[in-house]
Structure formats: structure tokens, C-alpha cells
Design a protein around this ligand. Structure first.
Ligand code: ZN
Length: 345
């Protein structure tokens, strides 16, 4: 029986199959067709490919270990030149796939990203050893090293930029959520939304105490903005596609609601004098969303959002959070080998 991406995505939606940032269900399958001229390369993270007007546009480019298989897979999908790549943000599982395309005997592709990505790369150079240590721990990968060279974008923007390639328009806009440098893409001709890591099929990754300050309130705002676009296909940078306007709107608005509830409970508690340690015990996600496939805490803990004071305190409270003692779960730890390309299904 041939593989149907829409049926697969439906199974993921129903909870019969796990395909999220915690489990990359289809890694190693190459570029799968989503719709006419649009491909999905599943991995950690995913890469979205667009064939338009005789050229290719990539949204995200995956991690360092997947660069070579990504190049081969895209080339098996199309020989058209890659003119443009958009980085959803500067995390290293999204920005390391350009090597093979840059090396082709063709004009060098143009990389587009939000302007703060440059500062992120600078920070990664300053904290190279620290990043290696905390990610070895998070992903239980003792041999993990942290890159020392970064592919810088040719084009950066601050709030929004519209990029036309062939018959497609890429409306890119800046959001804050997991990072301060995130880009979301909306392609109106195809009614496709690429949310990057703003939707990853698990609860938002916005409180991890070992990472820099994240933005739960802005994250919720961005989710509601995305929900208002009326997308019919959503292609996140981790996990399976979502097909259908109703499902996309539901997933985005319920994730926003989940965040808003934690933030509101936390701030109400703090403002009425509760201690943070007590709030960690009492604040709970909305019970009516507990069964949602995409709101399981497999990658981050709601507690971290509480400890993050709902995102209401400025960056620089890291020390408090580092000295607190978060539970060392998630229950099923995310393992680095899920990055490895070439795995069977
Ligand atoms: Zn990611």
C-alpha cells in the first residue's frame, strides 16, 4: 500500500502515531510531496521545500548531521536551483543544511532570517563549551559538540518582509516565543503556514531552565495571529503536517489558551502574594485540554513556565531559575540519535 501523507497526518492528529519534536516519525524518508510543488523533508528539524518558477525555496534546513542527506533528498526531488532559504530561527537544528547547496556550481542561495539571528550566532560562539555541556545533558548525548561556524543570512528584516519567488509569495513575519529571532511564513497562494518551532506537537518549549529566557506571553499572541490567517496546511518545523483549516485553527488557539491559562494563574498568584514554589504546586494547565495530542508535556514542563513567572520578568532572572531544582523529567527523554539521517521508519 502506498504511503499517504494526509492519512499519516490524520493518524498523528488522532494520537495513533507519535510525530512530534519528541519523536521524528518519518525521518529518513526523503522529501514527501505535500501538495503540488511543495515537499516535506521530515527530520530534526523538518525542511519544507517549494518548487516555484524554476527555482526552489527552502523553509528551514535541518541540523548539521542531516546536511548531506538533505542535499541528496532535495536533489532527488528537483534539480532546480535553490535560490532562497528561510531560517525560522537560529537553533542549530534549523540552520545547518546549506553546505551542499552553497557548494553547487550555481549562484549562491540567498538566506533570509530575522535580524536577531546574528546576535544568536555570536552568542553561540561566546558560549560554545557551555552549549555543548547543556545540550549533552538535555539530549543525553555525551559526544555532542557545538558548531563553531554559522551560515549567516544575506538578508535580514526586523518585523516583516514579503518575498516573491515564481508564482508564490512568502509573507514572513517576526514573532517571539521559543526564541527572540523567530520567523513565521505564510504562503497565501497555497494557504500554507510554516510556524517554525511555534508549534511542535507538544506543549510549548518556553521555560526550559537551562536555556535563555523565552516568551510565553508573546508566544500566545503569535499563535492567535497565526490562527487568524485561515491556513489549510500547516507545516511545522518538528512533527507531522496538519491538514484542514479547522484543525489548524483549533491546534493554534488551544495552544494559546493553554499558555494563557498558565500565565494568568501564575501572575494572579504572584500579584496576590503567593510564593513561586507554592505556585509551582498549584498552577495547572486547563483540564479540558488534557487529552490533546499536541498538548502533552513531552519536551518541556508546565512548571518551567511558572518558574519563568509567566514570562513577565525580564531576561536576567536566569540565575534564580538555574539554582531552582526542576524535575529532571520529561518522561521520555528526547534522544540525540533521532537526528541521525537515514533511519528507517
Ligand atoms: Zn527546533
Amino acid at each position: 500500500m502506498s504511503f499517504s501523507l494526509t492519512e499519516y497526518a490524520d493518524q498523528v492528529w488522532q494520537g495513533a502515531v507519535d510525530d512530534s519534536i519528541a519523536h521524528t516519525g518519518q525521518a529518513g524518508t526523503g522529501v514527501l510531496d505535500v501538495t503540488d510543488g511543495v515537499g516535506w523533508y521530515p527530520g530534526f528539524g523538518n525542511v519544507i521545500t517549494f518548487r516555484t518558477g524554476g527555482e526552489i525555496v527552502l523553509f528551514d534546513t535541518g541540523n548539521p548531521l542531516a546536511a548531506e542527506p538533505l542535499h541528496q533528498a532535495v536533489r532527488a526531488w528537483s534539480r532546480d536551483p535553490v535560490s532562497t532559504a528561510i531560517f525560522s530561527h537560529g537553533h542549530i537544528d534549523h540552520v545547518f543544511g546549506m553546505g551542499g547547496f552553497d557548494a553547487e556550481d550555481a549562484p549562491r542561495p540567498t538566506v533570509i532570517a530575522q535580524e536577531r539571528i546574528g546576535e544568536r550566532f555570536d552568542r553561540y560562539l561566546l558560549t560554545n563549551g557551555y552549549n555543548a555541556v547543556i545540550n549533552q545533558r538535555q539530549f543525553q548525548a555525551p559526544s555532542l559538540t557545538w558548531p563553531t561556524e554559522y551560515r549567516r543570512p544575506e538578508v535580514t528584516y526586523r518585523d516583516a518582509i514579503t518575498v516573491t519567488r515564481g508564482e508564490l509569495t512568502f509573507e514572513l513575519f517576526h514573532v517571539r516565543g521559543e526564541t527572540d529571532d523567530a520567523t513565521v511564513a505564510w504562503i497565501p497562494e497555497q494557504r500554507i503556514l510554516c510556524p517554525g518551532d511555534m508549534f511542535i506537537w507538544v506543549t510549548p518549549n518556553c521555560g526550559n531552565p537551562q536555556k535563555v529566557q523565552r516568551y510565553p506571553r508573546e508566544w500566545a499572541v503569535a499563535l492567535r495571529r497565526m490562527a487568524g490567517l485561515g491556513a489549510e496546511i500547516m507545516l511545522p518545523s518538528h512533527g507531522a503536517p496538519v491538514f484542514g483549516a479547522d484543525r489548524i485553527r483549533q491546534a493554534l488557539t488551544e495552544t494559546a489558551e493553554w499558555l494563557e491559562s498558565l500565565i494568568e494563574q501564575t501572575l494572579d498568584g504572584l500579584n496576590s502574594g503567593a510564593r513561586l514554589d507554592d505556585l509551582v504546586q498549584s498552577v495547572r494547565p486547563p483540564a479540558h485540554l488534557a487529552d490533546r495530542v499536541y498538548l502533552q508535556a513531552k519536551y518541556d514542563e508546565p512548571e518551567f513556565i511558572v518558574r519563568n513567572r509567566g514570562g513577565a520578568t525580564p531576561a536576567g532572572t536566569t540565575a534564580t531559575r538555574l539554582t531552582s531544582s526542576p524535575r529532571p523529567t520529561p518522561s521520555s527523554p528526547v534522544r540525540w540519535p533521532s537526528w541521525r539521517a537515514g533511519r528507517g521508519r
